[in-house]
Design a protein around this ligand. Structure first.
Ligand SMILES: [Zn+2]
Length: 366
């Protein structure tokens, strides 16, 4: 994340703090200092905020440790004013595993609250007039904070842990994508209901409204990213490659290339050897610039790019896309595994089209 600094690294996970979080600390300290309570009060409230976020870090490490149990690494955790964000390498796809990872964070806060309650005998009574800022001492506040974190994180909406618990629960009975979309719409429904309730009662808390908005957006994003992932999964090179294309023989000149370029909308032309094997690729840009320099009679074999990397029709599309992106050629040749002949071409535009078609078909089924 931009504008964040590394604090320390524990067990391979970097704990970072976002600059806005430091501003929050500064703001809290100056507030209590300026309110005339003096330096000790300013120090105490800054210390409390720091300890509060210590609990957030421990909560995130609950997720990190559970994920590690399933062999998933977490490169970093970033502290933001709204809480912590653990960036897991991936989320486990098995519902039971996701459930464990999601629940492990709030479980840490349950343990902290229980430890304060049992260890110090501190309890607190919640009543309508309860004021977190004014009521209770350091430990009582810390216990309340941890109880609040459990309650907040178990709201069944993305990006809260409760949303993941809900998705995992649905995924036990239905497909992962459908489960995600269902969990996301429930989260969006809750966010909308809370916002409407506030509007109807004329009691708008800007902070809660902001959280509702945030939940609404995040839920939509989660559903969209899973849908996108589903669209690429199981697609092979053969589902996206062009099979209808023109090629150039080894003795072709730039004039032949120009003729092909003008006769259709193909832009890059494979140059084949006499046995139909791939020799190289004449790209439109190379053709145009060579035409001006060398004239139309020049042989294409002099101008073409050698495309040493190729792929097979049975390779997964996402994997081929990576090869294509790393390659110097605008199109990836698809070769027959037996005789090495060119059977197709893969370009980023084809892949984009294949994904759009897939997404449209999935929408139809959903
Ligand atoms: Zn969490």
């Amino acid at each position: 994340m931009k504008w964040s600094f590394r604090l320390f690294t524990i067990a391979g996970t970097e704990v970072r703090v976002h600059v806005t979080f430091l501003l929050l600390l500064l703001f809290v300290a100056s507030q209590s200092y300026l309110s005339g309570q003096g330096l000790p009060a300013a120090l105490e409230s800054t210390l409390f905020i720091t300890v509060m976020f210590g609990c957030v870090v421990l909560h995130e490490f609950g997720h990190v440790m559970a994920a590690r149990g399933y062999g998933i690494r977490t490169p970093d955790i970033t502290l933001l004013p709204i809480g912590g964000v653990a960036r897991l390498e991936r989320m486990p796809r098995k519902p039971s595993e996701e459930l464990v990872v999601a629940i492990s964070g709030p479980l840490v806060n349950v343990i902290i609250a229980a430890a304060i309650w049992l260890g110090f005998g501190i309890s607190t009574a919640f009543h309508p007039g309860y004021d977190f800022i004014k009521t209770g001492g350091f430990l009582e506040k810390l216990m309340v904070w941890n109880i609040f974190m459990v309650a907040f994180n178990l709201i069944p909406a993305f990006p809260m842990d409760g949303g993941r618990v809900l998705r995992a629960f649905f995924a036990m009975f239905m497909e992962y994508g459908t489960a995600t979309r269902r969990a996301a719409s429930i989260g969006q429904g809750i966010a909308m209901m809370v916002a409407i309730y506030m509007l109807l009662n004329h009691t708008i808390h800007p902070m809660i409204l902001l959280i509702c908005f945030f939940i609404f957006m995040a839920a939509g994003q989660e559903a969209a990213s899973v849908t996108q992932e589903e669209a690429t999964r199981n697609l092979r090179v053969r589902d996206a490659m062009i099979t209808d294309f023109r090629t150039l023989p080894p003795e072709a000149t730039l004039r032949d290339g120009v003729e092909l370029l003008l006769s259709g909308n193909q832009q890059d032309f494979p140059v084949l050897d006499t046995h139909g094997g791939m020799q190289g690729m004449l790209t439109r840009n190379d053709l145009i610039s060579a035409l001006a320099e060398k004239g139309p009679g020049h042989p294409v074999v002099d101008v073409m790019r050698s495309c040493p990397v190729s792929t097979l029709a049975t390779i997964e599309l996402t994997q081929a896309l990576e090869i294509l992106n790393a390659s110097d050629c605008p199109a990836l040749p698809v070769l027959d595994p037996i005789d090495g002949k060119l059977i197709g071409l893969l370009t980023t535009e084809n892949i984009g089209e294949a994904l759009m078609v897939r997404a449209a078909l999935m929408k139809l089924r959903a």
